[in-house]
Design a protein around this ligand. Structure first.
Ligand code: ZN
Length: 126
C-alpha cells in the first residue's frame, strides 16, 4: 500500500459527499461515477458520519429542502458558500475571529512575534 492511500481515500470520500448532496443523482449513479464498489461504500459509511447523514436525508426526502446558501463571512464580509457548518470563508478568517474573541490567543501571538523578532535581531548582530 502506498503512502498517499489515506489521502486519496479522503479525496474520494469528499467527492462522494459532494455528489451525494445533489438531489439529481441517485446513490448508484454516484458510486458508478466515482467507481466505488458496494463493499467500498459500506466501508466508507462506517467511518464517515457525514455520508451516513446524507443517506438518511436522502431516505427522508429532505435533501432538496436543504439547499446550499451563501453566507457572509463575519470577518471579511465576503460572501461564500459554506462547507458543512463553516462560519468563516477561510482558515485565516477563522483565526482572525479567534484572536478577536480570545485575548489570550492574541497575547500568545504577539509574544511569539516578539520572540521571532528578537531571534532575528540577535542573528543579525552575531
Ligand atoms: Zn472571510
Amino acid at each position: 500500500m502506498s503512502n498517499d492511500q489515506p489521502y486519496l481515500k479522503r479525496l474520494e470520500e469528499q467527492a462522494c459527499e459532494l455528489l451525494l448532496r445533489s438531489p439529481r443523482l441517485s446513490v448508484s449513479q454516484v458510486l458508478e461515477l466515482l467507481d466505488i464498489s458496494d463493499s467500498e461504500f459500506r466501508q466508507m459509511l462506517k467511518g464517515n458520519t457525514e455520508i451516513a447523514t446524507l443517506l438518511e436525508q436522502r431516505k427522508d426526502g429532505c435533501l432538496a429542502t436543504t439547499p446550499v446558501e451563501s453566507k457572509e463571512c463575519p470577518v471579511c464580509h465576503d460572501w461564500f458558500v459554506p462547507y458543512a457548518s463553516a462560519r468563516y470563508c477561510s482558515d485565516a478568517c477563522a483565526q482572525t475571529a479567534h484572536l478577536r474573541t480570545s485575548p489570550d490567543a492574541a497575547r500568545r501571538l504577539r509574544a511569539k512575534y516578539r520572540a521571532h523578532q528578537t531571534t532575528k535581531a540577535r542573528a543579525k548582530s552575531e
